[in-house]
Design a protein around this ligand. Structure first.
Ligand SMILES: Cc1ncc(COP(=O)(O)O)c(C=O)c1O
Length: 382
């Protein structure tokens, strides 16, 4: 019989929050300052840390990554009826904001070298739409599982057709693309700090940009589009998307050891790869030559023919031992909610979904836990 998760204290989670102890100091400072509000010195300080880390000129700390994507798309004028080209292999928060603005998502498949948006398929899609007289209003590549998309190749197509590029770096803080930090590309990019991310604020996100107009407009939209009057004056509809000062205090604490976090995630990945070195049928997410992946999650592919059982059998076996793992994102073009949406390619992301398993990647994961996980997985071989 299965037990409820709450009855199982020793559960190994996929990517639980990891507190380093500094957070409480900054929370206490926030409380002492009485900025218990969606603004304050901790929000300002957190934004500065994010600017330093990503190399972007402007950072707007927000209530979630989804909110950040919504504001980014709004700020580059994504409008009703327009097409937005987005990675199919992603989390829905990356693309639901397209629908908030009544625009139409068009999905682009992944390539095999990075699992991210295939720049060649993107080019094909843009050309195809162009021939029909359609100009997409934005392109959204996701940096999947800590690996940057091929920014330069994607940016080239966007520049050629003058399409705003919005990079979803929710999963890649701390990674690099060539000499750039993750998120340092495009008209804007976004981060997420939800509970399972490499740093968490419990829930939160940020919009990053070098464009002052975008930053100021996004900040205004996030505060109910209030005009600069002493009373409350509004010329357009905005949102309530600002980050709370207490939440930002957690973020400041988490940012103190980001480099260590990336190193640790990479070490976890390396350990898994070594443990499965001679196991036929198990391969790991490749690292693209152009960058350094943060390995936010360690992800493997299980080829059922060579391994002897499939991804779901392994996932259930781990679950029976109170270990959380998760299938790779179900591509957006297969999601019932996007039935009928156009997709360019699709076979790669479908295969990654069918065979891909995200393994426990928490920062407190012990070597012994990883050995146990690999033993359980290997026992599934028939
Ligand atoms: C790729 C991707 N995009 C967007 C989001 C949305 O972020 P949030 O959960 O902070 O709204 C997430 C994370 O949850 C994500 O993984």
């Amino acid at each position: 019989m299965r037990h409820k998760a709450t009855e199982k204290p020793n559960r190994i989670f996929l990517s639980p929050p990891f507190l380093n102890g500094d957070e409480i100091k900054y929370i206490q400072e926030a409380i002492a300052s009485n900025y218990i509000a969606p603004l304050g010195p901790q929000v300002d300080a957190f934004e500065i840390l994010l600017k330093e880390c990503t190399g972007k000129q402007y950072v707007v700390a927000l209530s979630s990554g989804t909110a950040a994507m919504h504001l980014a798309l709004h700020a580059v004028s994504v409008g009703a009826g327009s097409a937005v080209l987005a990675s199919s292999l992603t989390f829905i928060g990356s693309v639901s904001p397209i629908c908030f603005l009544n625009a139409k998502p068009v999905f682009i498949d992944s390539d095999e070298i990075s699992w991210n948006m295939d720049p060649l398929i993107l080019k094909e899609a843009v050309r195809d739409l162009d021939r029909k007289g359609q100009r997409p209003s934005a392109v959204i590549p996701t940096d999947i599982y800590g690996q940057c998309a091929d920014y330069a190749a994607i940016a080239e197509t966007c520049a050629e057709y003058e399409i705003p590029l919005i990079v979803d770096s929710a999963e890649s803080l701390g990674a690099t693309y060539k000499d750039k930090p993750a998120g340092n590309e495009g008209a804007a990019s976004i981060l997420s700090f939800n509970g399972n991310k490499i740093i968490t604020t419990s829930g939160g996100g940020a919009l990053l940009t070098d464009d002052k107009t975008i930053a100021e407009y996004a900040r205004k939209l996030s505060q109910q589009s209030r005009e600069p009057f002493p009373h409350y004056e509004h010329n357009e509809i905005g949102y309530n998307y600002r980050m709370s000062n207490i939440v930002a205090a957690v973020g400041i604490g988490q940012m103190q050891d980001l480099e260590w976090r990336v190193d640790k995630k990479r070490e976890i990945f390396k350990t898994y790869r070594n443990l499965f070195n001679d196991t036929p049928g198990i391969t790991f997410m490749p690292e693209a030559v152009y960058g350094r992946c943060s390995r936010w999650l360690s992800v493997c592919l299980i080829n059922p023919k060579d391994f002897g059982s499939d991804r779901e059998t392994i996932r259930m076996a781990l679950e029976d031992e109170n270990i959380e793992s998760r299938p790779v994102w179900k591509p957006m073009h297969l999601q019932p909610v996007f039935k009928g949406a156009r997709v360019f390619g699709g076979a790669i992301s479908e295969k990654l979904f069918e065979q891909g398993l995200c393994l426990p990647s928490g920062l407190d994961l012990a070597h012994g836990d990883q050995e146990r996980i690999s033993t359980i997985m290997k026992k599934c071989r028939k």
